[in-house]
Design a protein around this ligand. Structure first.
Ligand code: PXP
Length: 237
């Protein structure tokens, strides 16, 4: 059965809109655990625009399933990871100006830079995943780097707006999943997956885990709206 990791970054995005204390992504993580998800995903960004260091360390205490920390392969983040010891680290590219992670990490071009962070994380018993585009050269480079997993970037598939491109992108993801599994890598996928486009991705047998954030948080806001309004009405009337 395909595992689900839920990315709760956007709960923190709402909190940071007021720089206050609510909603708390840690509370969201507990509810996600209770709902039966297989794990929690958080991205600790250099600029701490949503998840912060406090969230990471409390989450390490309360998440009983699987904590996957997305981060850039910088010295600061590697130090943080080997202190907090998440179950998995997913190395992602990071640019301050981007709204969200745009595209996979170019592990081929950054091979030398990535060798040391990956070895250090693995030496600390952290499972290492590399977020890459569905491309055979990236997969081969990930294998040579000694990664445990690759997370295939599904953003181009999710953003495609004509059927031919959707089918082409789906094909790339399928063949990459097969190639990665053959090379002995664990395979996950994510980015831009929603309640419509996830179906075909979830059918790919080699993909063990899907990491989904924005669409789940968006739906949670809508599903909770009626109750939240009713609760306020009860107080003021
Ligand atoms: N996987 C990775 C590596 C990501 O960077 C993100 C976004 O933070 C996701 C999965 C989840 O993407 P989305 O929020 O679009 O579902």
């Amino acid at each position: 059965m395909t595992r689900l990791g839920v990315n709760v970054d956007h709960v923190a995005t709402i909190r940071e809109a007021r720089k206050g204390r609510e909603p708390d992504p840690v509370a969201a993580a507990v509810l996600v655990d209770m709902a039966g998800a297989d794990g929690i995903v958080i991205h600790l960004r250099e600029d701490r625009r949503h998840i912060n260091d406090r969230d990471l360390s409390i989450m390490r205490e309360v998440v009983k399933t699987h904590l996957n920390l997305e981060m850039a392969a910088t010295e600061e983040m590697v130090k943080k990871a080997i202190t907090v010891l998440p179950d998995m680290v997913t190395l992602v590219p990071e640019r301050r100006q981007e709204l969200t992670t745009e595209g996979g990490l170019d592990v081929q071009a950054n091979f030398d830079y990535l060798e040391n962070p990956i070895a250090t994380l693995r030496a600390n018993n952290i499972v290492v995943s590399l977020f890459i585009d569905p491309d055979i050269y990236q997969i081969k480079a990930a294998t040579r780097l000694g990664a445990d997993y690759v997370e295939l970037h599904t953003g181009n598939y999710a953003n495609a707006d004509d059927l031919n491109t959707v089918m082409d992108e789906l094909e790339k993801i399928k063949s990459s999943a097969v190639a990665a599994a053959k090379l002995g890598l664990g395979v996950s996928a994510g980015h831009g997956l929603n309640y419509q486009n996830v179906i075909d991705i979830a059918k790919i047998p080699q993909i063990e885990e899907l990491n989904i954030g924005h669409s789940i948080i968006s739906r949670a806001v809508m599903i909770g709206m009626e109750q939240a309004v009713r609760d306020m009405l009860r107080l003021i009337r």
